[in-house]
Design a protein around this ligand. Structure first.
Ligand SMILES: [Zn+2]
Length: 97
């Protein structure tokens, strides 16, 4: 698992983010930050992750529908996702997102 929180690191982080850290505090923060980052990068994967078989059912197979070009932009869009507006078949982006 990851290292427990470092109170000095957290206190310095708050000061750095608030723009209240002086030069020495910024330097100390980045030293600790780099050290903690390297500790994570150097750990074996099984110390960072729990790997086990998935226990979920797979979702249903996605329905594949033909694409047709949007009347306004020409982007190929799945027909079922198109919007009819003023007699035109348009994509969601052209409908405002
Ligand atoms: Zn469009």
């Amino acid at each position: 698992m990851t290292s427990p929180p470092d109170e000095t690191h957290l206190a310095l982080l708050k000061k750095v983010l608030a723009g209240e850290a002086d030069g020495n505090e910024k330097k100390r923060f980045y030293e600790i930050h780099k050290k903690r980052s390297l500790e994570i990068l150097e750990k074996p994967l099984d110390a960072l992750f729990i790997v086990s078989p998935a226990q979920r059912d797979l979702p249903k197979k996605a329905k594949i529908d033909r694409s047709i070009p949007c009347t306004l932009c020409g982007e190929p869009t799945m027909a079922a996702k198109m919007i009819e507006k003023d007699g035109l078949r348009i994509c969601r982006d052209c409908n405002g997102g």
